[in-house]
Design a protein around this ligand. Structure first.
Ligand SMILES: [Zn+2]
Length: 267
């Protein structure tokens, strides 16, 4: 049985049998894998605390002939979203966001297909969370880069209708998934993206996630990007992720169901 060791990101786990877990993880050099962590649900398991979504870890595993599931030998955590739990000033939603990022990577990483850029994006984001980076700009950064790596982020260089600059901000029209300038925006409007939000995206295009402090994002601009990114994610995934829904419910307890439905139809 060949043994492999690799840097990896833990994406999610499922219960298996009485005491085991199936672990989905993205390796740096051999793509996404599924493996069995024997006894992971026992109280003194060696996997304890090592399988949180988005944990960056060294993973050793055996591949078994003619089996899709590998056998996980050990998981040695390097950075964990649990690192900052309870620390003063840490955003309480950091764990929920770590799960959201891991779920997005899982959705977008094909089985056994090496995608080192996706791995590096996830690894740098977990480092930023463990270092206590502000979570809202980090989330918008992650979504922006994930969509860019998949080649589906709409162009920001010029308005596709008139070739003019986005000098007054941009609009994503309802039922469409590209940006137009304000002059070309349809009378019905769409999701507004302010100059501040565009500035953040331009900064994010050239910044590492750990350096996001230098790229400003005020709460209003963050909400614009959250809406635009959700529309793009829902279009390309053809569904809304459970973790994304949970985060939104936590953030907006009084969120109006009616406006949600109207917006949902426009995607
Ligand atoms: Zn235009």
């Amino acid at each position: 049985m060949p043994v492999y060791t690799s840097d990896a990101l833990i994406l999610r786990t499922y219960k298996l049998g009485e005491a085991d877990r199936i672990v989905v993880f993205l390796t740096k050099d051999r793509g996404k894998k599924r493996g069995v962590a024997k006894g992971a649900r026992r109280p003194r398991s060696k996997f304890l605390g090592a399988l949180e979504p988005l944990t960056r870890a060294g993973v050793a595993y055996y591949e078994r002939e003619l089996r899709d599931l590998v056998r996980i030998n050990y998981v040695e955590p390097q950075r964990s979203p649990l690192a900052n739990v309870g620390r003063a000033g840490q955003d309480a939603s950091a764990l929920g966001h770590a799960e959201y990022f891991a779920e997005l990577i899982d959705e977008w990483a094909p089985e056994a297909h090496v995608d080192e850029r996706l791995y590096r994006l996830g690894a740098s984001v977990i480092d930023a969370i463990a270092d206590g980076a502000p979570i809202a700009p980090l989330a918008r950064y992650f979504e922006f880069w994930l969509l860019r790596l998949q080649g589906v982020y709409p162009t920001l260089s010029a308005c596709p209708e008139c070739a003019g600059a986005f000098d007054g901000g941009a609009v994503m029209p309802a039922r469409e998934h590209h940006f137009v300038c304000r002059r070309c925006a349809p009378p019905a409007g769409g999701t507004e993206v302010s100059i501040d939000a565009l500035k953040f995206l331009r900064g994010a295009a050239g910044a590492a996630p750990g350096a996001l402090d230098a790229v400003a994002l005020d709460p209003a601009a963050a909400r614009e990007l959250e809406t635009v990114h959700r529309r793009l994610m829902n279009l390309h995934l053809e569904k809304e992720l459970k973790s994304a829904r949970v985060l939104r419910e936590i953030a907006r307890p009084s969120f109006d169901i009616g406006s949600e439905r109207r917006e949902g139809r426009s995607t």
